[in-house]
Design a protein around this ligand. Structure first.
Ligand code: PEP
Length: 260
């Protein structure tokens, strides 16, 4: 049984390194008494080192990486630099970056390759824009997954984390509403089926699929599948900036009795 992966995506918050240190310590305190949780904090680049020191029990993630190793790319940060900064995971393909920076699946694919080569686990975010009925499988899921992982060796794909984030459920989307646990589980099963087609059953079984979209202290535990291989963790935005809420969230997830 895998441990559950909980990633705190702080986005462009908080405003100072001092605030990042105290938020990191508060967020990591959620681990006290919470077994079976792998906690990862994804702060803005300038706070990576401060967060590492303030929350040694949490793992470090970056929110982006540039595909090239070095060179004349003003403003970019390479996977090797992140590795040197003790980063273990990096989010790629987040819907905010796809929208704000017009990031294409090909560019995301190049980032994933660079991260894998540097020994960092990519967290590939995929998800459809608008809510569709449960019976319809959104095309974006297969398109983004296949294109994001195109041409990458099966053994390397097995190291990727897939974060399913329906854009309509992300808290910063106007009119956002949370997905239902049932729908999220169906999507996890579908994503694993796609992975089986791409890399075979054995390797696909090892891929962690997590959920993101308006997860909070009240609903987080409902998104984790207990009896089947569904969602096995979550990418948390807004709630990861509220330590009290985040603590309850992590503990509610840690308390789940899973049988798979
Ligand atoms: C996100 O943007 O990755 C996210 C899941 O945000 P929120 O939890 O705030 O919906």
């Amino acid at each position: 049984m895998h441990s559950l992966l909980v990633i705190a995506n702080w986005k462009m918050n908080p405003p100072t390194a001092k605030a990042a240190r105290s938020l990191a310590a508060a967020v990591a305190s959620a681990l006290r008494g919470a077994r079976g949780i792998e906690l990862v904090i994804a702060p803005p680049f300038p706070y990576l080192d401060a967060v590492r020191r303030a929350a040694p029990r949490a793992k470090l993630a970056a929110q982006d990486a540039y595909p090239l190793a070095s060179g004349p790319v003003t403003g970019a940060v390479s996977a090797a630099m992140l590795k040197d900064a003790a980063v273990r995971y990096t989010i790629v393909g987040h819907s905010e970056r796809r929208r704000l920076f017009q990031e294409s699946d090909g560019f995301i694919n190049a980032k994933i390759r660079a991260l894998l080569a540097a020994g960092i686990t990519p967290v590939l975010a995929i998800g459809e824009q608008a809510q569709e009925s449960q019976a319809v499988v959104p095309k974006a899921i297969a398109t983004q997954l296949r294109a994001g992982l195109a041409g990458i060796a099966a053994r390397d794909i097995a190291r990727v984390v897939v974060a399913y984030e329906p854009v309509w459920a992300i808290s910063t989307t106007p009119g956002a509403k949370p997905d239902t646990p049932d729908n999220a589980t169906r999507r996890a099963i579908y994503i694993r089926k796609l992975l089986v087609q791409m890399i075979g059953r054995k390797r696909a079984e090892g891929v962690r699929i997590i959920y993101g979209g308006s997860v909070n202290a009240k609903n987080a535990a409902t998104f984790i599948a207990r009896d089947i291989r569904g969602m096995e963790g979550m990418l948390v935005g807004g709630a990861s900036l509220k330590p009290d809420e985040f603590r309850v969230l992590v503990r509610s997830v840690a308390a789940i009795k899973r049988r798979v």
